[in-house]
Design a protein around this ligand. Sequence first.
Ligand SMILES: *Cc1c(COP(=O)(O)O)cnc(C)c1O
Length: 380
Amino acid sequence: MAKNVSKLNSKIWLSSPHMSGHEEKFIKEAFNSNWIAPLGPNVNGFENDLENYLENKTHVAALTTGTAAIHLALVLLNIKENDEVICQTKTFAASVNPVLYLNAKPVFVDSEKDTWNMCPNLLEKAIKDRIKIGKKPKAIIVINLYGMPYKVKEIHTISQKYNIPVVEDSAEALGSQYNNQKCGTFGDLSVLSFNGNKIITTSGGGALVSRSKEVKTKIIYLATQAKEPGLEYSHITTGYNYRMSNVLAGIGRGQMEVLDTYVELRRKNYHYYKKHLGTINEIHFLDEPEGYYSNRWLTCMVLETNKIRDDIQQLLEINNIEARPSWKPMHLQPVFKNYPKYLNGVSDNLYQKALCLPSGSNLTLAELDKIITLIKQYFE
Ligand SMILES: *Cc1c(COP(=O)(O)O)cnc(C)c1O
């Protein structure tokens, strides 16, 4: 089974790539058949694997990165200069940067406490507010943060009420479920990432999940320079070079064979941390609401104060253990500071007090115990 390359006295990483041994056969195939191009049988195979995994009549296009997938999602939704796009503020900057690529404007919306994702009440308030000043938002980018599904029912009720499409950023949530349906199938368009730190990896990669074959065809067309059919190089619209390479898709096919195992291992990490640290008064974990199933991409704990959080982070760091504060909200980032925001304090509080713990599927029990012992000692 899984080759374990992390060692106890070497650094313990937040979330490092975890090769299963199944990847090399697909890469060898690519080399033997000379399919080293940004298309080929592994790309189709990886897309099929993802479509079968996600079910719900999904159509998956494999791309170079998750960020590229968000960019193309916004292009498909016809986002133009000065259009407004509602974005969850509690996320990684990759969710929002593509809005700026199109010279459109992000409008930030804060989170709720149950899932740490976009607050439905605040979303509706923001939409009403923007409509009042004649700027109806063109899209909503919502996140499944750290693998926890967002409030799907509530958010999509609002999306339908105001007829605004949802881009589901599921970069962190492959393998998560909401009411037994997989994350990555809820958005009008959904985004996956296979970056090195994600639940499965192709070293770098992403995918855009759509609801029809026609849309998938259009995504592939845009991702391959928008070249018209025929031998001439003929173009009638702006294209991009965003297609995944056949070599990297081979890694993805191997990783798909262990995806469910890796989800279980990450969930086990969460439960182990919670069992041993959850009894400490100053530490809080985010439980799954009824019907929610998180892949627990990262286990994140909330400390009573900012000082305790920073103390523990530093304590782990001097012991060669990588733990990190949770994503700094976008409304606090200098690059995004001038855009409208609808806040309630939830993301600011998490930014001050939450700490992401090492969460890889390749962590050993000895490594988990080392981390837990250090944290327990801090409180003694
Ligand atoms: C990783 C990540 C992305 C970007 O994916 P890349 O493949 O690294 O471009 C987007 N959104 C979120 C929430 C992420 O965590």
